[in-house]
Design a protein around this ligand. Sequence first.
Ligand SMILES: [Zn+2]
Length: 204
Amino acid sequence: MSDERVFVSHAPGDGELVGRLFRSIRNLPFDVHVAGEEVERGRDRGSLRGRIDESSVTVAVLTPAGASNQWVNQEIGYAVARGVDIVPATSSADLLGGYLAGSDTVTLDGESMDRSVFELLSALRSLLAPVGGLDTPKWYLPFHCTVEGCSAAVTLDVDRDQPGLWRLHDHGRTIHVDCGECGARYHFDPGTLAFLRRETPRAE
Ligand SMILES: [Zn+2]
C-alpha cells in the first residue's frame, strides 16, 4: 500500500474542493499528487505527465469547470493511454463523456462531503488493494501521538470492510486506537477516516 501513488486532475478553481475531498485521505500511507499544488511549486502542468506515469490511480475531479478544462481532459486521455486506472468524481453523470462515459463515479456533493470522501476511499481501496490477496485488504493509518512528551508511533488498523465502516458512521460510532506508550485514545470517523478527538487518561 505504501508504494502506491494517486494523481489528482482538476480545474484550477477547484483546489478548495480537492482539499476537502482529500484532507483525511492524505493521512493514509500513499502519496497524493494534486495537479494544482504541483503547478504552485513551479512545475509546468504539461510536465505532470510523469506524475501520471508513476501513479496507480488518477482521480479526475469533474465539476462543470473540470469537465471543460483542457488540462483535465488531456490528463484523462494520457492516463487512459498509459493504462492508469481513473476514478471520476463528479456532481452529475452528464459531465462524464468520452473515455469515462458510463464509468463508476464518486458522487460529489458539497452538502454531504462525508459521503463523497467515503465513496472515494471505497474506490481507492478496491484499486490499491494488494495483488493476490482474497481477504479484505488491510488498510492502516499511521500517526504520532500528540500528547506532550510522548510522540510515540501509533497505527490505526482499518480491518472492517467499507459497508461495515459506513454502518458505523451512520450510527454515529467511531473507530479508535490507543497509544501504546501513554494510553491516549484517538477516535476517527469510520466513514471518512478523519480524526475526531483524543481522550487523555487522567493522571493518577
Ligand atoms: Zn502517547
